[in-house]
Design a binder for this molecule. Structure first.
Ligand code: AMP
Length: 392
């Protein structure tokens, strides 16, 4: 039997490109995964095999590596790792699919033109997502598939996607899109395997990483989410404010002389856990700190999650399941315990020893709401969608 081909997944961010190689089989077996971090500063490539053992590493101390060069480097490393095994397709994470893209799509020139039109809706992310697609299209005829962070949320009722704005502004695309959809989609698919009955019920999934959001899901479909027009709304995050009274922006413009660039910097890079603590955006650092400001930052992070879980439960009309995922959700038992305590009025009881173990069900047997910790895997979701879209 010949060796199956591979599906290559690229997840390009503003300062990093993550990649993963999967066997193009129904089991989508992981072969390798890696990333180039700190692009533009001190680029660092690291590749691991499926067991997590590091199989390659490289640094560019002079910082000379832009996104296009980083993509080319990943393609080169990928070819070496695959040792003659063909790449059948590339799957890409694309942050914005607007209202039009409600699922993954095979990329051609017309799709690229549509995706480029969405750049103003996600100027910090979309150009980085599209650059590797262009680079690969220029160099090969291997099919490519775009998988969107927004697509999962297109099932939301019209009300959940609307702002209280005049119609002409809404018509121009100013509405709630929601993000982290690939992560939510993966969690729902995992839950269908683990607990099919719960997967059909009313869930809140809390994706708590450096970027953080939560999503209300019913019958496996997104009903509401905390992220809106952009990925800065909703929960407080590592360096992002989360929901903010828009009057604050007017005050900054009028009283402090901020321009849009300074506001962007404040909203996306200087706020959240970093801004409140004055110390770090990293939950591990804050948990280890005795500084009162670090405690306050964590307390606000948790408070905002508890408030939003309540809001999402209201959108669902009840709650049967609460799932924690992503870096903090998967690894920080203290955050889970604190959020659980704040949601006790909803019928959430987290079992301390199950929570300490940190995987699968962590609620007590008596808890009315089942609480789980499930690791997310956006790259695997992209590989799956890429294979399905192309029929491989
Ligand atoms: P992500 O963006 O999903 O990679 O998540 C990054 C966040 O997860 C950072 O705030 C990390 O501090 C946090 N994180 C990762 N591992 C742990 C851990 N063992 N305990 C607490 N927080 C963690």
């Amino acid at each position: 039997m010949s060796t199956p081909g591979a599906i290559a997944v690229l997840n390009a961010g503003s300062s990093s490109i993550k990649f993963a190689l999967y066997e193009a089989t129904p089991e989508e077996t992981l072969l390798f995964r890696g990333q180039i971090e700190s692009i533009g500063l001190a680029p660092h490539l690291k590749v691991a095999d499926a067991a997590g053992a590091v199989v390659g590493e490289r640094r560019w101390p002079d910082g000379k590596l832009d996104h296009r060069e980083a993509t080319n480097e990943i393609l080169k490393v990928g070819r070496e790792l695959l040792a003659g095994r063909p790449v059948l397709a590339f799957g890409h994470r694309v942050v914005h699919g607007g209202v039009g893209f409600t699922g993954p799509v095979r990329i051609d020139r017309a799709v690229m033109d549509e995706l480029a039109k969405l750049v103003p809706l996600a100027p910090l992310h979309q150009p980085h997502n599209l650059a590797p697609i262009e680079a690969i299209a220029a160099a090969s005829a291997i099919p490519q598939v775009a998988c969107f962070d927004t697509a999962f949320h297109r099932s939301q009722p019209a009300l959940a996607q609307a702002f209280g704005l005049p119609r002409d502004i809404t018509a121009a695309g100013v509405r709630r899109y929601g993000f982290h959809g690939l992560s939510y989609d993966f969690i729902v698919s995992r839950l269908r395997q683990l607990d099919p009955a719960l997967a059909r019920q009313r869930l809140v999934i809390a994706h708590l990483g450096n970027g953080a959001s939560a999503c209300a899901v019913h019958e496996g479909l997104s009903v509401a989410s905390t992220m809106g027009f952009t990925a800065v709304d909703g929960l407080m995050m590592g360096t992002r404010t989360g929901a903010l009274d828009p009057g604050v922006l007017l005050w900054l413009l009028d009283e402090r002389g901020y321009d849009s660039k300074a506001i962007e910097d404040l909203l996306y890079r200087k706020s959240g856990l970093l801004g409140v603590s004055g110390l770090s955006s990293d939950m591990r650092t804050l948990r280890q700190s005795a500084e009162p400001a670090a405690r306050e930052a964590i307390a606000l992070f948790v408070y905002r999650i508890v408030r939003e879980v309540g809001s999402l439960a209201a959108a669902l009309g009840g709650l049967e399941g609460l799932v924690f995922t992503a870096g903090i959700g998967e690894n920080d038992a203290a955050t889970r315990a604190e959020v659980g305590a704040g949601c006790s009025w909803l019928g959430v009881t987290v079992d301390p020893s199950r929570n300490a173990a940190g995987r699968g069900v962590i609620s007590s047997d008596a808890s009315r709401v089942k609480v789980l910790v499930l690791p997310t895997d956006e790259e695997r979701m992209i590989a799956r969608y890429t294979g399905r879209t192309l029929g491989i």
